[in-house]
Design a protein around this ligand. Structure first.
Ligand code: XBP
Ligand code: MG
Length: 258
């Protein structure tokens, strides 16, 4: 029996990375007078690490070993991250990033069918509310019973902690839920929490390893824009939209542990 959907945010609800987070990071670096500049390709490599603060540290370690660290590196990272969050919110409040195809449709159908909704993301909580508010509806934050985000757990994806946290808050076992992800780190996190997972890929994640996903699609699909199945087609009966009926069929299958 399928009770809840748990959604990742970045890359799944909206393509926020390349034209959202990346741009905001660069604005924060420029504001601080730093010569750090993350182009589209470099940012793709940096996405190996989830979490903005963790990503900046990874950049310094792997790409700027000679950059002279200040005494208070933690303070600098925290200051840059706060500025980046401010720039990101501004960009999204201008309606800068729309939802991906089929996301609003699926959320509305789920609500109508009484499916409970939750979020499990590594991004900062403010980033989730600003996206939902501006890309979906001013009330959309309230559609989600649990918003598990950012530093509420010590270990970010691919660790299972954020999904485990969402399940605990929902008071549900993994078998009652379906997770939605776009990346290998996200899939690993959801699977490690025991969740059956549907993946919708994007330009940054198309070539990731999605072994263990229940279904991999190019997107959820709209009536004029059918989805394409990339793998895991067994439960399909010629559908071209990901909807609640298809979700229920996937959830009815055995849910083997990862
Ligand atoms: C999303 C992320 C986030 C954002 C930045 O991963 O990795 O770190 O890029 O967010 P996922 P913050 O979609 O797997 O949750 O800067 O707010 O940390
Ligand atoms: Mg993601």
């Amino acid at each position: 029996m399928l009770v809840a959907f748990i959604f990742d945010v970045d890359g799944t609800l909206a393509d926020t990375e390349r034209d959202g987070h990346r741009v905001a990071f660069n604005q924060a670096f420029a504001e601080a007078g730093l010569d750090w500049r993350w182009d589209v390709a470099l940012y793709g490599a940096l996405l190996a690490v989830t979490g903005g603060k963790e990503r900046m540290r990874y950049y310094l370690e792997c790409y700027r070993p000679d950059w002279r660290r200040p005494a208070d590196l933690d303070g600098l990272i925290a200051q840059l991250h706060a500025a980046k969050t401010r720039y990101y919110a501004k960009l999204l409040a201008q309606g800068g990033i729309p939802l991906r195809p089929g996301v609003a449709r699926l959320l509305n159908e789920a609500r109508a069918a009484g499916i409970r909704l939750a979020i499990a993301t590594t991004t900062t909580p403010e980033n989730v509310s600003v996206l939902l508010e501006h890309a979906l509806s001013p009330q959309a934050v309230d559609w989600f019973e649990v918003i598990a985000a950012g530093d509420v757990v010590p270990a970010k994806k691919p660790a299972p902690d954020i999904y485990q946290y969402a399940l605990d808050k929902l008071g549900l076992g993994a078998e009652a839920c379906l997770a939605f992800e776009d990346s290998e780190n996200g899939l690993r996190s959801a699977r490690a929490a025991g969740l059956r997972t549907v993946v919708t890929v994007n330009d940054y994640t198309r070539d990731h390893d999605f072994t263990g996903a229940a279904l991999v699609l190019d997107q959820f699909g709209e009536p004029q824009q059918p989805f394409r199945v990339l793998s895991g087609a067994s439960p399909l009966n010629g559908e071209c939209l990901f909807d609640v009926t298809l979700a229920q069929r996937l959830a009815a299958k055995a849910n083997p542990l990862p």
